[in-house]
Design a protein around this ligand. Structure first.
Ligand SMILES: O=C(O)C(=O)C[C@]1(C(=O)O)C=C[C@@H](O)C=C1
Length: 445
């Protein structure tokens, strides 16, 4: 298989080497059947679980634990509507990540293979996926909190960028034996995962110098995927040029906009040089090499220099030596978390509040009064209905808030905080609960 073929556009026109993968609709149908049948037989004390979103009018449905059937699409049509395809049933919390898809597991669900597992929980059987795709056999270790980096050989991990991008490094740091799948844009990586082309997606969410990657926040809302982990890597930028090109020849520096933001001081000191943003750092390096440019430099990794045969004029050019990017690991199904786990967890949520004074303060107090530490807060404009008018006729913007809490979703304290927030919020969705990631050094290039 040609590992370096980039998935290109949002329609994911598959390259021939991916075309033997299972037909997504067939697999999703089987999964939905398994889920809804599983739901009928399970009971769970948790009200909040990953992937769940609601509006106040849907409270009754939740309280009565009415079954909802998952829709075949993995994509939200409107951000703030209760998603037709979201599965606000308790099975979400119960699902062991990937369990019904293909993995023999030795968990509370029993030690059975994928087909048997789905059928046992179903009492029904559906069309099965074509077996043309190599079946990933995850061990139980790979399905637990600690297992994100374990036993995941042949896992297909989507990332944005060309080979040599930092995101590829993050994918390999999270799953050392994986097959990284390069995708041209962030959305392509989301689609690759939604459409069963990839098993995971690893996407940057924030950088210690450049801040948040807003488009990934927006996509998190548009796709019904779950955050199942995080990985942070050190980003060490190099100035790359074609063989023999000297610093004085450089007139233009190209890279990913985040990378350009991280080397701002360095580039400012290069007289007469302009900056230009492209899709990713390694893509910039590839362009410099392929076009044979003698007056353009790329900001990218040492690995990109090696892959594309470029010279390194300078290394470690970021504004601060401590330059760390945090990446989210996404899966189609949420991670099953155990209460009172000794492993520290993070819970990520998105919510909106009514436009009244003090609303954000009230929302944050739900966590503060329970001693839950918040590690990140971000706001994004509402994509639907973004502008409001005050009674005095003044225009104001509406926002959606994203919060990362140092909390385990399965713990009572977290459930109480979310229940409290639910009473006030216009919208609330749990994006995922996952073990707090340890910083990984960049994999050796
Ligand atoms: O372009 C790349 O190499 C990427 O992996 C993207 C990205 C980003 O989006 O922030 C990732 C890490 C670095 O912070 C710079 C760029």
């Amino acid at each position: 298989m040609n590992r370096s073929a980039l998935l290109t556009n949002p329609d994911i026109t598959l390259r021939s080497d991916y075309q033997s993968l299972p037909h997504s609709a067939t697999c999703q149908w089987r999964r939905q059947q398994a889920r809804s049948a599983f739901h009928r037989t399970q009971h769970c004390k948790l009200q909040f679980y990953t992937g769940y979103q609601f509006r106040p009018e849907s409270h009754n449905r939740i309280a009565s634990r009415t079954s909802h059937t998952a829709h075949s699409s993995s994509r939200d049509s409107a951000v703030l509507e209760p998603a037709a395809h979201s599965a606000p049933d308790l099975v979400e919390q119960q699902l062991v990540e990937g369990n019904l898809d293909r993995a023999p597991v030795t968990s509370s669900l029993g030690s059975v293979g994928p087909e048997a597992s789905a059928t046992l929980q179903n009492g029904i059987s559906g069309p099965s996926c074509p077996s043309s795709r190599p079946q990933t056999v995850l061990t139980s270790k790979a399905l637990t909190d600690e297992g994100l980096v374990a036993d995941a050989a042949s896992m297909q991990v989507a990332y944005q960028g060309a080979p040599g991008a930092y995101s590829e490094g993050a994918a390999v740091a999270a799953y050392p034996d994986c097959t990284p799948i390069p995708c041209e844009q962030f959305e392509v990586a989301f689609q690759a995962l939604s459409q069963w082309i990839a098993d995971r997606a690893v996407l940057p969410i924030e950088n210690s110098l450049g801040g948040s990657i807003h488009s990934v926040y927006d996509l998190l809302l548009r796709y019904r995927l779950s955050i199942v982990g995080e990985v942070s890597i050190e980003v060490n930028h190099c100035l790359l040029v074609g063989p023999g090109v000297q610093r004085k020849d450089v007139r233009r520096v190209i890279s990913h906009y985040q990378a350009l933001a991280q080397v701002e001081n360095y580039v400012r000191k290069m007289p007469g040089v302009t900056r230009e943003a492209v899709d990713d750092t390694a893509g910039a390096a590839k362009m410099v090499a392929q076009e044979g440019w003698r007056d353009v430099a790329a900001v990218a990794s040492r690995r990109a220099a090696e892959l594309y045969g470029l010279d390194i004029l300078d290394e470690g050019i970021q504004d601060d030596t401590a330059n760390v990017t945090r990446f989210l690991i996404l899966a189609r199904d949420p991670l099953m978390v155990q209460p009172n786990s000794p492993i520290p967890h993070r819970t990520s949520i998105a919510f909106s509040m009514p436009e009244k004074p003090g609303q954000l303060f009230k929302a944050l107090s739900c966590f503060a009064m329970r001693d839950i530490d918040l590690t990140k807060i971000e706001s994004r404009p509402l994509k639907t209905n973004p502008i409001a008018f005050t009674p005095a006729g003044d225009r104001r913007f509406r926002y959606l808030f994203f919060i990362d809490a140092a909390a385990n979703l399965a713990d009572d304290n977290t459930q109480n905080a979310l229940r409290h927030l639910q009473e006030m919020a216009g919208y609330l969705r749990v994006l995922g609960c996952y073990p707090v990631g340890k910083k990984k050094d960049r994999p050796a290039s």
